[in-house]
Ligand binder design. Structure first.
Ligand SMILES: O=P(O)(O)OC[C@H]1O[C@H](O)[C@H](O)[C@@H](O)[C@@H]1O
Length: 535
């Protein structure tokens, strides 16, 4: 599938990205995409016209346009689970009907959104109270898609936060819930149990612990528990009254669910108006994705840059580097979004994938990363394509000088990665410091930067709810396009099952009720160790 591109890559070997700019003064404009104030620059890569043409041709070969329309119009493109993929319906605020099995789902989507808004405003305004008065703290219990999106968005939008404090508990490690609940008042805390399936062992265990804590502390779980789920019979069995249960269809994948009821803690934190802007940002990206030509289409070009670096050039990882402290949890969010979606080795038709699957995604905010792992990015033997993100301005006008430094660092890094430093320049630099002879030669080698390392930059005016909506939807559609080109199903996650099954069977072994001897030698030895060290 990538033969043409491999040939183009071979022809481009030895070419310097920097030279592409001298050859084409209009390169920055030509190799960027813009929509609704978001600007995506992919000119600091080796992609030229021919390579881009070959990349966009992949979209036609793979039927991206057809599959995109199939997704938006409710076809069951998640074939291994027989489900439609309609997270876009959750932000389709004024886009008309969307049908699943002939039924328009929009009336229910909009009705649930209204119920969430009313509930959130009651909590925020104090009309809905706990046993001890108005709600001061909200604890969201969920994991994976029922945690990462709301955690990421709540932090990202902290300047808009004017509701109760919001906390998140995900890990089954009792340390997480113990540390979270310790400072809270059980009579003034709202617990949201967020689980699409309402069976996830971590979330169910944490929910039971939170309920016991609340009862013990004189709170009232009948008034202070809410649930978000697709499994309404299970929320009822847990004892959560129907008026505080917010449902959604199984046509929303967990890692795509922040737009709907799973976003409830975000809505409570920032209020209806700001949450609406977040949805509208996502919707705006949907409209762009459905209408822009491939080479001006931001999610498509982000995906094609990804394909170029991973499947064509073979770079195993990509770093997401938000120069935006409030996007500190975006890399973790994207790890689930991208790696759970495209970390697969079987194509849709059951055949073995003949190309590498999606890359390893990792990252941390800048400038912190510069003082940690950027050494490897600049001088290590592996090339790590970097995805920089930064706002033109921050939310703290009184700290504009901080923001200038942040921007300068972000731009400097992508420039340094591209330019590098030659051994001659290193020699000159050291000679200027008075170094000579063999020592100069030896030291100079350590100061060389190979350069020609690719990066992209996504820049936006300011991290508002609307902008965040655009960014999240941008990455969702990138995953869709990459998955479609690879011919895989980006919407299932069978790879997480085996570990869950084995954990279930290990429970009784750790309880001492089953024999560890039936396990492999390593696991049996680890169990023996635990038994020896547990009192
Ligand atoms: O929302 P839940 O049903 O509790 O699922 C939570 C998470 O657990 C699973 O293991 C999946 O890997 C995730 O895709 C999902 O988001």
């Amino acid at each position: 599938m990538f033969d043409d591109l491999k040939a183009l890559a071979a022809a481009a070997r030895g070419r310097r990205i920097l030279d592409l700019f001298s050859a084409d003064p209009d390169r920055a404009r030509q190799f960027s995409a813009e929509t609704g104030n978001l600007y995506f620059d992919y000119s600091k890569t080796l992609i030229d016209d021919d390579i881009r043409n070959a990349l966009t041709a992949l979209c036609d070969k793979a039927g991206v346009a057809e599959r995109r329309e199939a997704m938006f119009s409710g076809h069951k493109i998640n074939e291994t689970e027989g489900r439609a993929v309609l997270h876009t319906a959750l932000r389709n605020l004024d886009g008309g009907p969307v049908k699943v099995d002939g039924q328009d789902i929009m009336p229910e989507v909009l009705d649930t959104l209204r119920r969430m808004q009313v509930f959130a405003e009651e909590i925020r305004g104090g009309a809905a109270q706990g046993g001890g008065g108005s709600i001061t703290d909200v604890v969201n219990i969920g994991i994976g898609g029922s945690d990462l999106g709301p955690v990421m968005a709540t932090l990202a939008l902290s300047p808009y936060h004017d509701g109760p404090r919001v906390h998140f508990v995900s890990n089954v490690d009792g340390a997480h819930i113990a540390d979270t609940l310790r400072p809270l008042d059980p009579t003034r805390t709202l617990v949201i149990v967020a689980s699409k399936t309402f069976t996830t062992v971590e979330s169910m265990t944490n929910a039971r612990t939170a309920r016991a804590w609340m009862i013990e502390g004189g709170g009232d779980p009948d008034r202070q528990f809410a649930a978000v789920s697709c499994a309404l019979e299970r929320t009822e069995a847990f004892g959560i009254p129907g008026e505080r249960v917010f449902g959604f269809g199984n046509w929303v994948g967990g890692r795509f669910s922040v737009w709907g009821p799973i976003g409830l803690p975000v809505l409570i934190a920032i209020g209806s108006h700001a949450f609406d802007a977040f949805l509208r940002g996502g919707q705006a990206m949907d409209l762009h994705f459905r209408s822009a030509p491939w080479n001006r289409n931001m999610p498509v070009m982000l995906a094609l840059v990804g394909i170029w670096h991973r499947q064509v050039l073979g770079y195993a990882t990509r770093a997401v580097l938000p120069y935006d402290q409030r996007l500190a949890r975006l890399p973790a969010y994207l790890q689930q979004l991208e790696m759970e979606s495209n970390g697969k080795s079987v194509a849709m038709d059951g055949s073995t994938l003949t190309v590498p699957s999606g890359p390893i995604v990792w990252g941390e905010p800048g400038t912190n990363g510069q003082h940690a792992f950027f050494q490897l990015i600049h001088q290590g033997t592996d090339v790590v394509p970097c995805e920089f993100m930064v706002a033109a301005e921050g939310h703290e006008p009184e700290l504009a000088h901080h923001h200038r430094l942040l921007l300068a660092n972000c731009l400097a890094q992508s420039e340094a990665l591209m330019r590098g430093r030659s051994v001659e320049d290193a020699r000159q630099m050291l000679a200027g410091q008075g170094m000579t002879g063999a020592e100069l030669e030896r030291q100079a080698r350590h100061r060389v930067f190979p350069g020609n390392r690719p990066s992209t930059t996504l820049i936006y005016p300011k991290l508002t709810p609307f902008t965040l909506g655009q960014i999240v939807a941008l990455y969702e559609h990138r995953v869709f396009v990459e998955g479609t080109i690879l011919g895989i199903n980006s919407f299932d996650q069978w790879g997480v099952q085996l570990g869950k099954e084995l954990a279930t069977s290990l429970g009784p072994v750790l309880e001492g009720e089953a024999d560890p001897a039936s396990r492999d030698g390593s696991t049996a030895a680890l169990i023996e160790y635990v038994r020896r060290h547990q009192r």
